[in-house]
Design a protein around this ligand. Structure first.
Ligand SMILES: Cc1cc2nc3c(=O)[nH]c(=O)nc-3n(C[C@H](O)[C@H](O)[C@H](O)COP(=O)(O)O)c2cc1C
Length: 205
């Protein structure tokens, strides 16, 4: 069967966008989320990310990786300035609008207005979530961790509020995100519906 390979020198020589697509594809199916923030003058901001990770349950921490701040990065600027942000999971009903938020809009333009998504407010925070999302999380910044290897940053937030629509956790706490139409993303723009193979019990030796 035909295959393909490349070494580190070959990777370094690849055209930039090609390399970005290729390397981004390697880490598999990722969660598709929107980071919601507000800036000065209350201008709301929304950005598509595929790097949201679970960091720990007690305290409840989640994070995402923000790209190098060599150009304007509105989300992380707002998070740094105001200390709060939201994570809204992308659903099958609005993934195209979610994707569009990755366009580099000027700071004065809200991606909510640009894409037609609806801001959802919680009085405890100045960061908007996405009303269309079945799973929205409000977080407070805990730490902005620089990653020296490539000048990116891990944004670590502590969960302050979790809002579900159309579902609730199962008896053991498991949340069936497939049932609420959460989509996965691969590469820099391939969106996927999921199909569960099985849910397995806690593994023991
Ligand atoms: C599928 C996909 C995944 C992305 N994942 C990330 C990510 O994890 N971190 C990041 O900083 N940017 C990511 N981006 C790029 C941001 O969406 C893009 O840079 C956006 O303009 C940032 O907006 P902001 O300047 O308003 O924060 C991704 C884009 C796409 C299409």
């Amino acid at each position: 069967m035909a295959g393909w390979q490349i070494d580190d020198e070959g990777l370094a020589a690849l055209e930039q966008r090609y390399r970005a697509q290729l390397i981004n594809s390697l880490s598999g199916f990722k969660s598709a989320n929107l980071i919601g923030t507000s800036g000065s003058d209350g201008i709301t901001n929304l950005a598509m990310v595929s790097s949201v990770v679970h960091l720990g349950a007690d305290p409840p921490l989640m994070g995402d990786i923000t790209r190098p701040r060599s150009v304007e990065r509105h989300s992380v600027d707002n998070i740094e300035a105001y200390g709060v942000f939201t994570i809204s999971q992308v659903g099958a009903g609005f993934y195209q609008q979610a994707h569009q938020t990755s366009a580099r809009y000027p700071r004065a333009v809200s991606e909510f207005s640009a894409t037609g998504l609806t801001p959802e407010w919680w009085p405890g925070s100045t960061a908007p979530a996405v009303a269309e999302s079945a799973l929205a999380i409000w977080l407070r910044l805990e730490q902005l961790l620089p990653i020296a290897a490539n000048d990116t940053q891990l944004v670590i937030g502590r969960i302050e509020r979790l809002r579900l629509r159309g579902c609730s956790p199962q008896a053991d706490g498991y949340l069936d995100i497939e049932a609420i139409g959460a989509v996965a993303v691969s590469g820099l723009g391939s969106y996927h519906a999921t199909s569960r193979l099985a849910r397995l019990p806690y593994a023991k030796p």
